[in-house]
Write a protein that binds this ligand. Structure first.
Ligand SMILES: [Zn+2]
Length: 265
């Protein structure tokens, strides 16, 4: 089977309360081959581990999102660290730490707490040898500063739903970063992605939906799910100048490389 991969979807979200497990099964039956579900706090970390254990192609990331930084306790970090320790990570199907980072658009948590939370997540990722999934919204300079100060580039770093410039993408590429793209590349005002995608080597690009958010055109505004990857792949195929069959192979390859999926088989 030559399926789609969704490197970022939140099926633990309340939006899927009524049909979560049936929907996920339907997605796997319908040509989705891999889903990675990044947590947003401790409760969500436990939920994504539980879902991952139910489906062979389902994996998760554990960590604390900047929105939840104010509510995180020391015990939460200790638990996330223990859950994702090398032996436990394989058992719990944890393939990354995240999503974490900085969100200066909403500022739901004070910025100093967001920074502190980000640093703690980075340290867990490095100590447990796991890749890091970064959420950077309108906080490019501080995100880079913290990643550099914490030596995060000693490990693998993924900018999810990348929203920076082509220049910033080049700089991050030189530091070894990876990038994922979802619904935003299909929106009407998405002209800048042309330059952004050209600034990144094709081996460092990953597809995502960010479900239930960010539904792509032509289903924008609806509850998003991984079946909408076809719209994202179609746009990526144009932006990257690669035909869709080749793109499917490449995205599978890139996801396996970034998340180190071979050790989970
Ligand atoms: Zn997300």
């Amino acid at each position: 089977m030559n399926g789609y991969v969704d490197t970022h979807a939140h099926y633990d979200d309340g939006a899927f309360e009524s049909d979560r497990l049936e929907l996920i099964q339907k997605l796997f039956d319908g040509g989705i081959e891999l889903i990675v579900d990044p947590a947003v706090d401790l409760k969500s970390s436990l939920a994504v581990i539980d879902i991952s254990k139910r489906f062979p192609g389902y994996y998760c990331a554990v960590g604390i999102h900047p929105h939840e930084a104010s509510d995180a306790s020391d015990t939460d970090y200790e638990t996330i660290r223990a859950l994702s320790a090398p032996d436990n990570a394989v058992l719990n199907k944890i393939v990354a730490i995240g999503e974490t980072g900085l969100d200066y658009h909403y500022d739901f948590s004070p910025r100093d707490l967001q920074a502190d939370n980000f640093r703690k997540n980075i340290r867990i990722a490095l100590d447990n040898c796991l890749p890091l999934i970064v959420h950077d919204r309108e906080a490019h300079a501080d995100t880079l500063k913290i990643l550099e100060e914490e030596n995060a580039f000693h490990g693998k770093v993924l900018f999810h739903c990348y929203s920076g410039s082509a220049e910033f993408a080049s700089r991050l590429t030189d530091l070894g970063c990876w990038f994922s793209f979802g619904g935003a590349i299909t929106f009407k005002n998405a002209a800048k992605f042309d330059g952004v995608l050209k600034a990144i080597p094709k081996e460092r690009i990953l597809p995502e939906t960010d479900s239930p958010y960010m539904a792509p055109v032509p289903v924008r505004g609806t509850r998003n799910d991984s079946s909408n990857l076809k719209f994202i792949y179609a746009r990526l195929s144009v932006l990257m100048g690669i035909d869709e069959e080749e793109l499917k192979e490449l995205m599978k390859h890139n996801a396996a490389e970034f998340f180190g999926l071979n050790k989970y088989k």
